[in-house]
Write a protein that binds this ligand. Structure first.
Ligand code: UN1
Length: 499
């Protein structure tokens, strides 16, 4: 299938894809597939105004009716799953199965949000005063900015937007400059749902095309109540500080440096499948990719050679082709970052298996690599950094406390897991003295989280939570109400104040 036909099937108008200043290329062969017109700062300011006006109307629409719009978005996504999944592959280089999986996450969170639209529950609270009632209510918050990264170009937008929309908040989306086409195609899908819905206010969902300066406008504007940003820790730091300066709200989902502990009792067949999927899937470019493997001495000499053998046979190539499991890196700088990390690991005494660039003759402008396994003598500085590439650092351990200490001794805190069939070990890993991450799994890899749980992590990962559980509360304003239905005016704290 040609690149042009993927773009067209996704509903993109060829006339909108040329003549601009933002060049978009596919990592599959490095060819340019679009050059998009970028928004100006004035246009973004106007978008923020439109979203503000939309908020005035949308917050008055009953939440279950707002849920109806999200139901229609889910419907349209179902109908366009294949086309959008292919575009995700084309624009980001992940294999089609993963592109489709990403769209499935969008569908799932829409279903979830439709349910939430009828469950924006508050509490009733016992008042200390007679004839008084206390309760907690949840109200729409305001305009929600969503900033997304190239590696998951559409699902995180949907985790945020499906909830924001049912909570009463219009959304302005600033996608990665490396993946704006999937955002535009998603907007086409949303527009169809809005048309079917009938009376949604104008400007409920908008996409900003352009660079970081435009994203910064969302963080800086007092008219954007909340910004949810996915990306690097450096970007999140800037967003977080800009929002803190004006007491805006933020949800940050930043870097991960996810580990797996493999204990002596682990089912190694399962562990190997989990390791390979989570370390090489999406060419190691997930926030939740497995980057550190901490293996017990008793199983190290069996597990590591088997992994090296599996890695040597991985099908790597065109992510849209059948049977391929590993696509390209996003671009040249990603490849350079990988090579630099491998050199540093080697200098620290690491033994590198794989990691070379391949298919360079066929695709001089694309960056395919053999995923790397690096046996490390210890957790040196390079291991503690997140390199967005398929590098799996492997280390040994002899006792579980030591393994957990190694595991937690990194700046990031997104996802984690243990392979063990010993309940004492697995429960310790999940306890308050175990993994310090936002996600901790048993006998499952660190990636591929379901939407039903809250997604996010601690430390440099930013502390935000998106998606399932009660993450919807992040998009609403909490109000505490006290109602006096008595004929007296008793004061709290037993204060007497007679006038
Ligand atoms: C990301 O890489 O930014 O758990 C998100 C997973 C996916 C989300 C990854 N559900 O791998």
């Amino acid at each position: 299938m040609s690149h042009a036909s993927v773009l067209e099937a996704a509903g993109l108008d060829p006339n909108d894809l040329s003549g601009g200043t933002l060049s978009v290329s596919t990592p599959i062969d490095g060819n340019e597939i679009a050059s998009l017109k970028e928004h100006t700062q004035d246009q973004v300011a106007a978008m923020i105004d439109r979203a503000g006006t939309a908020f005035e109307a949308w917050r008055q629409v009953p939440a279950p009716r707002r849920g109806e719009l999200v139901r229609l978005i889910g419907d349209e996504l179902r109908a366009n799953k294949q086309q959008l999944g292919e575009l995700v592959s084309l624009e980001c280089g992940k294999i089609l199965q993963e592109g489709l999986g990403e769209v499935q996450e969008m569908i799932d969170i829409c279903d979830f949000a439709v349910g939430v639209s009828r469950q924006l529950y508050g509490l009733t609270i016992a008042s200390e005063r007679p004839g008084h009632a206390m309760r907690e209510t949840w109200h729409p918050l305001g305009v929600c900015g969503v900033v997304t990264a190239f590696n998951f170009p559409v699902a995180p937008w949907c985790w945020n937007s499906a909830l924001a929309l049912v909570c009463g908040d219009p959304v302005i989306w600033k996608p990665s400059e490396k993946a704006p086409l999937t955002a535009l195609a998603t907007q086409v899908i949303v527009d169809r749902a809005v048309a079917r819905f009938g009376d949604a206010p104008d400007g409920l969902s908008q996409v900003v095309i352009g660079g970081a300066d435009l994203g910064r406008m969302l963080s800086a504007s007092p008219d954007v109540a909340i910004v949810s940003a996915t990306g690097s820790t450096r970007m999140g730091n800037a967003v977080g500080q800009a929002l803190a300066a004006r007491f805006g709200r933020c949800i940050l989902e930043l870097g991960g440096n996810n580990g797996m502990i493999v204990a002596p009792s682990a089912d190694l067949e399962m562990a190997i499948r989990a390791i390979v999927f989570s370390a090489v899937g999406t060419a190691g470019q997930r926030c939740t990719s497995l980057r550190r493997l901490i293996v017990h001495d008793d199983v190290y000499d069996e597990l590591v050679p088997r992994l090296v053998a599996v890695y040597a046979g991985l099908p790597i190539g065109d992510p849209l082709a059948d049977g391929i499991l590993v696509g390209p890196l996003i671009d040249g700088p990603a490849h350079q970052g990988m090579q630099e990390a491998l050199k540093r690991a080697e200098a620290d005494g690491g033994l590198v298996h794989g990691g070379e660039r391949i298919l360079a003759a066929e695709h001089p402008d694309a960056f395919y690599v053999n995923p790397a396994i690096v046996e490390m003598p210890s957790q040196t500085e390079i291991v503690r950094e997140e390199t967005f590439a398929p590098i799996l650092y492997v280390m040994r351990y002899s006792d579980l406390d030591g393994a957990i200490a190694i595991h937690n001794d990194v700046p990031q805190g997104l996802s984690s897991c243990i392979f063990s069939t010993d309940v004492r070990e697995t429960e310790q890993f999940l306890s308050g003295v175990g993994s310090d991450c936002g996600i901790a799994n048993v006998n499952i890899g660190p990636s591929g989280a379901e939407i039903g749980g809250a997604f996010g992590g601690e430390k440099d990962t930013g502390g935000g939570r998106e998606s399932g559980s009660d993450a919807w509360k992040g998009y609403m304003r909490r109000q505490t109400n006290t109602v006096n239905y008595s004929r007296d005016l008793p004061l709290a704290q037993g204060i007497t104040f007679e006038i």
